[in-house]
Design a protein around this ligand. Sequence first.
Ligand code: 9Z3
Length: 327
Amino acid sequence: MDAPNGSQDPEKTLDSQVKAFFDSAPPLQNMNDIFQKLNHFIQLNSLSSENGIGRRIVCVTSGGTTAPLEQRCVRYVDNFSSGHRGATSTEYFLKAGYAVIFLYRRGSFQPFCRSLPDDPLLECFEATERLNIQVREAYSKAVKTAIMDHHAPVTSGLLLKLPFSTIFEYLQMLQIISKPMKDIGPRAMFYLAAAVSDFYVPWKDMVEHKIQSGSHILDVKLVQVPKMLSVLRKDWAPLAFCISFKLETDSNILLNKARGALEKYNMHAVVANELSTRKEQVVVVTIDDKITVQRDKSKADDDVKNPLIKLLSQRHSAYIEDSKRTR
Ligand code: 9Z3
């Protein structure tokens, strides 16, 4: 989204912007349920692992946040993201031995659904004469694999899926997730692939009912969403390994922007991706490296997320070892 003119009071500190954001946000409907699920998930994965020191846990964010324009929302400003990056990365993180909290936009792409058609329910199944439902022959292998691959980590407590739609829900949930993640120190990772709104209408300034058409100009004032990446690193989970993404459409500015984000938000790595080539290639920017990661083109079903997660998992292991030494 483009910055509106003069949207921000420069005097406001980040802390007061953060406070204003959360004070104005409508409270989450199912806060207690989320708390319970999260605490149970983190406890379970802190006890169990092959080496007895608890599993690594990653929070993968996925899909775009919406910025509502009306409280009883009919219209909203959306952010581009199909959710493919987050969903597929979740599969590779599970494969690498992580427990995954998948914080995703409702209706976006889901883990283990890559081999299914766009409308799986209507395309993969058919009604028999007796009105029983059966899987079409052509999809039987894909459906079986998807169900089994998804069922295994969910039932064994390795995959927790939490949905959001609005920027208000997303940031409140990220903050809630950070609390138990803080307690597990360097074993925690944030992999922030969601496309997060840069601007929003504060809840208290938002009209209640659907905005009526009639005038030629829609005059809505959006203010900047506080830069929560800094707050996540500084306060919410200072020991967690943090990866953010930088998306640009102009490849000439991408790496500088990624470097800027790395320094400004004190990330451990920023994954730079260009919109049109994002599934083929990304560049992982760290304080002393720029590593190009490409999909293995010799394998038809390979994905850039496969080598990307291998690399990040190695870096995370090194980070955990370093943290032990400096403790
Ligand atoms: C990304 O850059 C993701 O890789 C994509 C993935 C959204 C491009 P898809 O979901 O696409 O597979 O269709 N995410 C972060 C986008 C973003 O908004 N980043 C902000 C920025 O670039 C920083 S938080 O300024």
